[in-house]
Design a protein around this ligand. Structure first.
Ligand code: PRP
Ligand code: GLN
Ligand code: SF4
Ligand code: MG
Length: 487
């Protein structure tokens, strides 16, 4: 077991991933970044950081555990981040330390080079980070953190290229896995997406003088920026003044955007690949209703992430939609609790049954995913206890049977319910009258692929459902992870 990849929450369930944001050409850039990160908070709640540059004050940074709103709204912090160029990161760890344990793992990372400073914020996960770190340490690099992302800074330091942008290219050509990166030098804002474009990254325009790079379009909306376009898979943009220069540093590959962004990670008000995430989710519900109908009295979402799919299911089936489960908006995320006991309680604290609506009804519950099954089991107990006549689960993604190695912190394979049980066994284990998942083809149709999944050349990464990993997770294979056998 690699020491810097293990932590006490390793049995936890599927998580979001990081959010990255950067702006240039605006006064008080760090305040824009704070707003952008606040809009991306759903992608990472462990910690956040901002780096800014001002010609008189140089590079400054602030990194904090916890929410953006609790850290980057205070004058005593924001006053230390002057300048018209800034980037930021909200973290959900996939490598290195977890939770609020090591501030040195909180991004952006910064390096001082002969040609000036450079800060980097990374969303994704480097699948050869252990091998790279080993090699870099053997060759003299002194790591400051346990994060995979820090490899990028050290690879840049070893590059012989003359400009920082060229050094970033050199570094990222050695990196395997998933990366969307926002970086800054003294004068440039830089955005890069890995050749498969697994993680999102978009470009926005602020009035006629500024630019923004963001994980999702919802964070452009919050600062009133206009969405210009997506950074394309394998593309690097270097923004200086009013100029956006685009290059393709990597060997071209067919893009494989993460399909789970559509199901769960991205905010429903974001636009991905020209489609509204909300609409895709609603359409998954429509597909589910066609594939897995059931006679019932009420369709209820597991809020919030199951809501658009439940709306689609109700519409397509003609069964009334109702809020049978109410979410306490002030509850923190369940993931922060360290033990199973408290985590299980977390579901109770966060979600409560609307008894008056549920009593005596045959209820269809729609959730986005089943990972360990903890949530489904708790909710079923709550619904039955409130007097439901029947409980049917409909899930807006196929069974999650494989871990993600590209920027989402999934449990090891043996802890995934679908890795060890058939659909019927899962139904019995959760204890519901019926349990059905949308098919992979149905999910692709909902995401805009009318013909379903093209097995020879799938449009998305769907490895957590299919076991078809577009990039071999070499570190994990070295640790003993077994890939799915060829069919
Ligand atoms: O099968 P499990 O291991 O319980 O995991 C699946 C659940 O985890 C997520 O919800 P979560 O409670 O993490 O957060 P959410 O509020 O974003 O839906 C997801 O939306 C499912 O409801
Ligand atoms: N979820 C992410 O994108 C995480 C980025 C990086 N791998 C980290 O653990 O900090
Ligand atoms: S394995 Fe799943 S969660 Fe990870 S990138 Fe692929 S589709 Fe997304
Ligand atoms: Mg949920």
């Amino acid at each position: 077991m690699a020491p810097f990849y293990s932590h006490p929450f390793d049995d936890d369930k599927l998580k979001e991933e990081c959010g990255i944001f950067g702006v240039t050409g605006v006064v008080d850039a760090s305040n824009f970044v704070a707003l952008g990160l606040h809009a991306l908070q759903h992608r990472g709640q462990e910690a956040g950081g901002i780096v800014s540059y001002h010609p008189d004050h140089g590079f400054n940074s602030a990194r904090r555990f916890g929410y953006v709103r609790d850290n980057f709204t205070k004058a005593d912090v924001m006053d230390t981040l002057p300048g018209q160029l800034a980037i930021g990161h909200v973290r959900y760890s996939t490598a290195g330390s977890k939770g609020a344990t090591a501030i040195r793992d909180v991004q952006p990372f910064f390096g001082e080079f002969s040609m000036g400073g450079c800060a980097i914020a990374h969303n994704g996960n480097i699948t050869n980070a252990i091998a790279l770190r080993r090699e870099l340490i053997e060759r003299g690099s002194i790591f400051q953190s346990s994060s995979d992302s820090e490899c990028i800074i050290h690879l840049m330091a070893r590059s012989i290229q003359k400009s920082l942008a060229e050094r970033i290219k050199d570094a990222l050509r050695r990196v395997e896995g998933a990366f969307s990166v926002v970086a800054m030098t003294r004068t440039k804002l830089i955005g890069v997406r890995d050749p498969l474009g697994v993680r999102p990254l978009v470009l926005g325009r602020i009035s006629d003088h500024g630019w923004a790079l963001s994980s999702e379009t919802c964070a452009l909306d919050i600062i009133g920026a206009d969405f210009v376009r997506e950074i394309e898979p394998g593309e690097m943009v270097v923004i200086e003044g009013n100029k956006v220069e685009s290059t393709r540093p990597f060997t071209p590959a067919k893009s494989r955007f993460c399909i789970f962004e559509n199901v769960y990670f991205s905010r429903p008000d974001s636009i991905i690949g020209g489609r509204s995430v909300y609409e895709t989710r609603r359409q998954i519900g429509v597909e589910l209703a066609r594939e897995a109908p059931v006679d019932a009295d009420l369709v209820c979402p597991v809020p919030d992430s199951g809501t658009p799919a439940a709306i689609g299911y109700a519409h397509e089936s003609g069964i009334p939609f109702g809020m049978g489960i109410i979410r306490n908006q002030y509850m923190g995320r369940t993931f922060i609790e360290p033990t199973d006991h408290i985590r299980n309680m977390g579901v109770r604290l966060k979600l409560n049954v609307n008894r008056a609506l549920i009593k005596g009804k045959r209820v269809i519950l729609v959730d986005d995913s089943v990972v360990r099954g903890t949530t489904s089991r708790k909710i079923k107990d709550m619904i039955l206890e409130a007097g439901a006549a029947e409980v049917h689960f409909r899930i807006a993604s196929p069974p999650t049977a494989w871990p993600c190695f590209y920027g989402v912190d999934t449990p090891e394979r043996s802890k995934l319910l679908a890795a060890t049980m058939s659909e019927d066994e899962m139904r019995d284990w959760i204890g519901v009258d019926s349990l059905k998942f949308v098919s992979l083809d149905g999910l692709y149709r909902a995401a805009g692929e009318a013909a379903g999944r093209d097995a020879a050349s799938p449009r998305f990464c769907d490895a957590c459902f299919s076991g078809d990993y577009p990039v071999a997770p070499s570190d994990k294979i070295e640790e003993g992870f077994e890939m799915k056998a060829a069919e």
